[in-house]
Structure formats: C-alpha cells, structure tokens
Design a protein around this ligand. Structure first.
Ligand code: FE
Length: 194
C-alpha cells in the first residue's frame, strides 16, 4: 500500500534514535530508553494501538525544541506537552494527540487525587511538577476528569513514571513504529495533492 507519510515516520525514527540519545532529566535513562519503556509498558498492558503510539511519542516535545536536554534544571518549563501535541496534530488523530497533551495535567491530577502518588515520583518529576503548577486541588481534578482523553492520559502517565529503569531491555524503535504508522492520518490536501 502507498504510504502517504514516509517522511513523517523517518523524522520520528530520527528523533527517537538520534536526537533522543540524550539524558532524560535526572533519571538514569536516555530519552530514547524512556520512550521505548513507556511504549513497551503500554503494549504489555494491552493498550490500544493509538495509546501505544502516544506512549512512544509522549515526550517528543522535548525533542523538537532547542532549550537543551534538561531545561527544568534551569527552572524552565519547556511546555513539552503542548509542543508535542502541536507537532503531532499535523499527523495523528486525537486518540494519539490528546493523551500527549494531557499527560502533564495527569501527573498534577494524580498528585492531588492519590496521596501516595507524589511520594513515588522520580526526582526529575518532582522538580518539573513545581514548574508545571503543582498538584491539582479538588476543583482542578474535577475539571481535568471532564476533559476528553483524561482517562487515557492517566494511563499514559503511569507508564511514563514507570519508564525510568536503567538498563531495562525493550524492543527497538522499529517494533513500535508499526503502531505509529497504523495511526497516521490519511494524507491531507497539501502542495503535493492532485
Ligand atoms: Fe515522560
């Protein structure tokens, strides 16, 4: 079958295999290992394909800016969930993009709603949480849960937090790109459209 987006898959592969070789915040894994561990957790959890793709791509916003590898250490919130959402919206449906957009809000939700969730955060997550607005209060939690995609974002956020295990073996990027390819939007009208 004709693939309308060979360039998009190539870009994603490049971002994950080359650009993502940098450290992930303060955890002992690279961005690439973090993405693969999150996607692998989603797949083992029986998540639908779009959510596996979202898990793989949830931090792609960190890879498409030029703020350095760990802006949170400088007290800068890189707004990676919004950057990633904007980047992905050109190519994917909301089933993929909304959990990415909401995964930081999901962390703030879980810290407010589950008393022990904060205690289990990695040091890099604690640091970025303060920059991102801290735990949600009750009104914030209710507003969050009313948003489409909130439940998927909470699932994604749990895989995210678990995906920081130094040395954990996962399948390679190519294994997960088939999920990504299956979720690509049909080619939109563009300069090359007939
Ligand atoms: Fe993450």
């Amino acid at each position: 079958m004709h693939d309308p987006h060979p360039d998009v898959l190539d870009r994603i592969r490049h971002l994950l295999e080359v650009r993502a070789d940098g450290a992930y915040g303060l955890a002992g894994v690279t961005q690439k290992e973090h993405a693969l561990q999150a996607a692998w957790a989603a797949e083992r959890d029986g998540a639908p394909e779009a959510l596996v793709a979202a898990a793989l791509l949830h931090d792609i916003g960190h890879l498409v800016h030029e703020l350095g590898e760990n802006p949170a250490a400088q007290g800068v919130d890189d707004r990676h969930e919004a950057l990633g959402h904007a980047w992905l919206c050109a190519h994917f449906a909301p089933e993929v993009t909304e959990p990415v957009r909401l995964h930081v809000a999901a962390k703030r939700y879980l810290c407010g709603a589950e008393p022990d969730y904060f205690d289990r955060l990695s040091p890099d997550s604690v640091r970025s949480l303060a920059l991102q607005g801290g735990p949600m209060d009750g009104a914030g939690q209710a507003a969050f849960l009313a948003r489409p995609g909130a439940a998927d974002a909470v699932r994604l956020r749990r895989w995210d937090e678990a995906a920081k295990v130094p040395g954990l073996a996962t399948p390679p990027v190519g294994h997960f790109l088939r999920h990504v390819a299956a979720c690509l939007r049909p080619a939109a009208d563009g300069p090359d459209a007939e």
